[in-house]
Ligand binder design. Sequence first.
Ligand SMILES: C[S@@+](CC[C@H](N)C(=O)[O-])C[C@H]1O[C@@H](n2cnc3c(N)ncnc32)[C@H](O)[C@@H]1O
Length: 247
Amino acid sequence: MVSARSLSNVMHHSNAMENLAMKPSITVACLGGGPGSDVLGVLDYFMKYMAGFEGQLNIHLYDREGKWGPCWESLKTAIKAELHDDRVAVSFHDFDVTIATADKNKPDLENADLITMHYFMEEVFSERGKTNVVECFKHIVQTAKPGALFLYSGMYMYQVINWVHQLLGDKCKLKPTTGPLKREVSKYYKEEFKWISRIKVNLNEEEDLDLELFDDIKEDLETKYDRMEVTYRYNGDVVYRLYQKYK
Ligand SMILES: C[S@@+](CC[C@H](N)C(=O)[O-])C[C@H]1O[C@@H](n2cnc3c(N)ncnc32)[C@H](O)[C@@H]1O
């Protein structure tokens, strides 16, 4: 599982939280947040970069309970035992973009200041055409509050970057990032997508990341995908884009 530290790094490099530090409370929702890795990523970010934050921090993780339920229970117990801070509240929600019931694919994001999607959109990309998936993302974008931030990050895949832009582009502004932008010249890109931010994850820090991650699909990657895209993936580059819903 791709680690928490890369989410913490992406939050830092994207400056996602720069105008939130003075708020009395901050709510972060992690879509496809996994076994709890994204909760750890958000906590890591706050410990490293927001140590002076004195308000309440609410973290909501959304993923499929059937897959991660037992991990969530363990993490809840560990957080209770280790994190002696009443100002942090963590909750886990059963969420499936493909299942059309009010409680499964209609997450309650109205209070979220930041909605993360870390290594999540590429996971559901192949299902993007299904009615339930379309409805789910429509609901998410519509019900997010004005000014809410969407932080999309993950594997370097042109098609996914374009899809995310299609989903968010109309209702949100793509925020400029402060880091050096890389110009991508690719037949896959339309003009407005040519400036993309990415950071390198230090694979030595990612103890849980299998360094031979792509070996089984190496041939496919090299013959069917754009050369630069594949190079970035091998390098462990994380692409990220920060959007803000129009006020
Ligand atoms: C690659 S993992 C990333 C997890 C975490 N964000 C991280 O970076 O460690 C993708 C996550 O998407 C979730 N996922 C896949 N399909 C989903 C669906 N249809 N609805 C909700 N979550 C889904 C998986 O359960 C998994 O936790």
